[in-house]
Design a protein around this ligand. Structure first.
Ligand SMILES: Cc1cc2nc3c(=O)[nH]c(=O)nc-3n(C[C@H](O)[C@H](O)[C@H](O)COP(=O)(O)OP(=O)(O)OC[C@H]3O[C@@H](n4cnc5c(N)ncnc54)[C@H](O)[C@@H]3O)c2cc1C
Length: 300
């Protein structure tokens, strides 16, 4: 099928893009990487009167560190994150997760911010954003506002963004030395969306879990933060936390809200989520331990 006819404008600045969105409201769609939008256009799932192309907006390009956060401009592509963009475990986590997002050609164009704007329940970056308490920066006709990832997702393909707003950046807190990271995903074929996925970050101090952050993808209509599972781990000795990790997996599966679908019953989906949460936690605990035992630079 061909897309329904639409007008096209290439914005040159955030202000120009916002002015166009303000003028056209829900009749306009932002074009970022186009890796989800073009499919929606072709299947006529959406029929915008206007596409506002933001790919030429210099202000949205690149990343940096600001006030304890890694700041990703809205044009940071999935592929830009395949190598750590910052010397902090958050960079390692993004690099670990990036290869799971679709295929290389899609990663070359698709954007991190576009993934959050599109809000697919199985999207890896959406789960990462919820696990890390990311903040989403928006510009609209009344100026700038920031939304916490916990408040961002309203449902599949529904977010806190209004039609007049442009996502300009995503802010991810730096995790700091001593933080372990983990990610585990089950998908039916290479490059397909996650059947289920789990992301974990674990802060370790003096041999104990100081804090844990866990979120799951495709575990409900929006990414699910597993707060009971996180509490089950806090304070546990890293050397002997197998039982707590198992308990956390089971708790996370209970916190999930999976829907039945042709490829798996609710029970099966919960089982897979429990397994993935345990795997991501074991990776995270392992990577935290490796930082403790790593020899100082320049020696052995
Ligand atoms: C075959 C295939 C497999 C895929 N597999 C995966 C996968 O495994 N995991 C995964 O997470 N994703 C997957 N995707 C989706 C891909 O990651 C997209 O790139 C991503 O979801 C959307 O990013 P984009 O930059 O391409 O956004 P676009 O397609 O340009 O836009 C998507 C939506 O978000 C809005 N939008 C985008 N940017 C902004 C902004 N800055 N401000 C306001 N609104 C904005 C658009 O208006 C549109 O409604 C897959 C896509 C395809 C085609």
């Amino acid at each position: 099928m061909k897309p329904a006819p639409f007008a096209y404008q290439a914005a040159r600045s955030v202000d120009e893009a916002v002015a166009l969105l303000d003028e056209h409201g829900s009749a306009a769609k932002v074009l970022a990487g186009g890796q989800s939008l073009m499919l929606d256009l072709h299947y006529r799932r959406t029929r915008p009167a206007l596409l506002v192309d933001v790919n030429g907006v210099e202000e949205l390009v690149g990343h940096g560190v600001d006030d304890g956060h890694l700041v990703l401009g809205a044009l940071v592509r999935h592929a830009d994150l395949e190598r750590p963009v910052v010397d902090d475990p958050v960079g390692a986590l993004l690099a670990h997760v990036a290869p799971y997002v679709a295929h290389p050609p899609i990663r070359a164009r698709g954007t991190f911010a576009g993934s959050l704007a599109w809000a697919h329940p199985a999207a890896e970056w959406c789960a990462v954003a919820v696990a890390l308490d990311a903040e989403i920066g928006l510009h609209g006709p009344s100026g700038r506002r920031v939304v916490a990832a916990a408040e961002w997702f309203h449902g599949p393909h529904r977010t806190d963004r209004t039609a007049q707003e442009l996502v300009t950046e995503v802010r991810l807190p730096l995790l700091g030395a001593g933080t372990g990271i983990g990610f585990a995903e089950h998908r039916r074929t290479h490059g397909s969306f996650a059947f289920a996925a789990a992301v974990a970050a674990v802060g370790v101090a003096e041999g104990r879990v100081a804090w844990a952050r866990i979120a799951m993808a495709n575990a409900g209509p929006v990414p699910v933060r597993a707060t009971t599972a996180e509490r089950a781990l806090a304070g546990q000795s890293v050397a002997s936390c197998d039982g707590a990790v198992s308990e956390a997996g089971a708790a996370a599966a209970r916190e999930a809200d999976p829907r039945p679908e042709p490829h798996g019953s609710v029970e099966y989906r919960r089982h897979v989520l429990a397994v993935l949460v345990r795997r991501s936690l074991r990776q995270a605990l392992g990577s935290a331990a490796a930082q403790v035992t790593r020899p100082p630079a320049g020696r052995g």
